[in-house]
Design a protein around this ligand. Structure first.
Ligand code: CIR
Length: 254
């Protein structure tokens, strides 16, 4: 499959109040703006039409748009973020998604879902059960996927924030795997590319039309992805890392 579009949202000044457990200090807003611009350039170089939404100061974590929707080839699903401070992000996002999709579904309370917990592998979607995504939410996602001829299954998370904090599917059966997911039998059928613990942040990469975007500063992971036959682009996202956000979190790709 190929992606044609991406949606991103510029970081806001209030990002310094974003949710985090990273303990890496407060992000530098100006640096984050520069890094976000480079990220958008990288998406464009992969051939995507990128829609850049204006910053929204009301929601410190609103640059992490990935969590607000699951965009599939057959329908869009607006999530219901488990983090109370992020719930309101979906209102603006729904309006934007209506420009692209006619079939739009919604996750309803008490179900909660953040799409950083959802990994697409062809027409199957792995859904992480996390602090942010609960079973009721995951069941709603699976029901909707089934309605459109797709499928889903759940994976219990232990330590990581989102499923894709520790996993990235690079198509061609190749899966980047780190930490708690290495021993998970669900992923045995993939060609596992193991990410060492000291580079765990780099397990969150994104495949876009045969190119892989990787975070800057993780030489071991970079070499493994090159060895697997991909061309890569490195993007520095240090300021987003301080908010527990990775490359995938910064865009919706469809
Ligand atoms: C949060 O805790 O919600 C944000 N600071 C980071 C969200 C990262 N998103 C993702 O992994 N998909």
């Amino acid at each position: 499959m190929m992606f044609s579009n991406a949606i991103v949202r510029k970081p806001c000044r209030s990002m310094i109040k974003g949710l985090t457990e990273a303990n890496l200090g407060v992000p530098d807003y100006h640096k984050a703006i520069g890094q976000h611009e480079s990220y958008v350039c990288a998406l464009r170089e992969c051939g995507l039409n990128v829609k850049e939404l204006e910053a929204d100061e009301n929601f410190p974590d609103s640059t992490f748009v990935e969590d607000t929707a699951l965009l599939t080839p057959h329908c869009a699903i607006i999530t219901n973020p488990g983090a109370p401070s992020r719930r309101g992000e979906i209102i603006g996002m729904k309006r934007v998604i209506q420009e692209y999709y006619s079939d739009i579904e919604e996750i309803l309370s008490p179900g909660t879902v953040e799409a950083g917990d959802i990994m697409m592998v062809g027409s199957h979607f792995y859904i992480g059960l996390s602090v942010r995504t609960n079973l009721k939410g995951a069941e709603q996602v699976i029901r909707i996927l089934n309605k459109y001829g797709m499928s889903g299954s759940t994976i219990k998370l232990g330590k990581v924030l989102h499923l894709k904090t520790g996993l990235a599917y690079l198509e061609n059966n190749n899966l980047l795997v780190c930490g708690e997911f290495l021993s998970n039998p669900e992923f045995k059928k993939f060609n596992i590319i193991e990410i060492p613990e000291e580079e765990s942040y780099a397990a969150n990469c994104i495949w876009i039309n045969d190119k892989v975007l990787i975070p800057k500063g993780y030489p071991n992971t970079k070499q493994k992805i090159i060895d697997a036959g991909y061309s890569i682009a490195e993007v520095d996202v240090s300021e987003f890392r301080k908010l527990d956000g990775g490359l995938s979190c910064l865009s919706l790709r469809f």
